[in-house]
Design a protein around this ligand. Structure first.
Ligand code: BO1
Ligand code: ZN
Length: 240
């Protein structure tokens, strides 16, 4: 495939012209990420608490060149959005955060990418600031180190086994979240993605954040797409 980047000639400004499959990256009108202005978010009484039923899951870790992802299988559980089930397919990290809140950018953003049986996508996004350690990440420390150490030995995209991860932390905390309709934040920038951004900011240490980006080549350690225009969209807010 076409190699896109985050700076220079293959950077975000050029994504739309790198491949005919990427035209939405420049021509799309409902793109992600965005700045979430909390004062303009609209309370939606019809929204429900984000119901997630992830089970402890046997996952693999893959270096996608532009991020590090955990891959889940069909039995790992799902999130329910507007009554429809979206199965967890993969999760990955961006640093610094792609979404901002009232102009504030955070250290790391976790994207949990889900698909419905009819191919629709919803992402649950969790923002992190530097602080105390995130226990979820203890479970993948060793595999991250292994991925970093492998260097040229492993083919990019070859999955490494992680084993069973406990999903308790990632099932919790959606008493308050923002929802809006946007796109994938990386090529092909496909629209129709339902974004759910948790309102509660979590913490991880600087070392944990660095470990998440360490296997990536230099320029990909800053894998955040610039903010995209809102173009009249409203951000909805659920509070418990
Ligand atoms: S993100 O969560 O908006 N940063 C994002 C960006 C790009 C993708 C996924 C999430 N890419 C897509 C690929 C599909 C693939 C899917 C799931 O990821 O375009 O081919 O099936 O891994
Ligand atoms: Zn992402």
């Amino acid at each position: 495939g076409v190699r896109f980047g985050y700076s220079g000639k293959t950077g975000p400004k050029h994504w739309g012209s790198l491949s005919p499959n990427f035209t939405l990256c420049s021509k799309g009108i409902y793109q992600s990420p965005i700045d979430i202005v909390t004062d303009r978010a609209v309370h939606n009484q019809k929204m429900e608490p984000l119901e997630r039923d992830y089970t402890d899951a046997d996952v693999t870790m893959v270096d996608n060149v532009f991020n590090i992802a955990l891959r889940y299988n069909d039995t790992s559980g799902a999130v329910k959005v507007d009554g429809k089930r979206y199965k967890l397919k993969q999760l990955h990290w961006h640093s610094p955060s792609e979404h901002t809140i009232n102009g504030q950018r955070f250290a790391v953003e976790l994207h949990m990418v889900h698909f419905s049986d009819d191919g629709n996508v919803t992402v649950v996004s969790i923002l992190y600031r530097y602080g105390k350690a995130d226990p979820f990440l203890f479970q993948i420390d060793d595999t991250l180190a292994e991925l970093s150490a492998e260097g040229c030995k492993a083919e990019k995209g070859d999955p490494l086994p992680v084993g069973v991860v406990n999903m308790t932390e990632l099932r919790q905390g959606a008493h308050r979240y923002f929802r809006y309709f946007g796109s994938l934040t990386a090529p092909p920038c496909t629209e129709g993605v339902i974004w759910n951004i948790l309102g509660e900011i979590r913490e991880m240490t600087k070392e944990q954040a660095a470990a998440l980006m360490a296997p990536l080549e230099g320029s990909y350690r800053h894998n955040c797409r610039p903010l995209q225009p809102l173009n009249g969209r409203t951000v909805q807010l659920y509070t418990g």
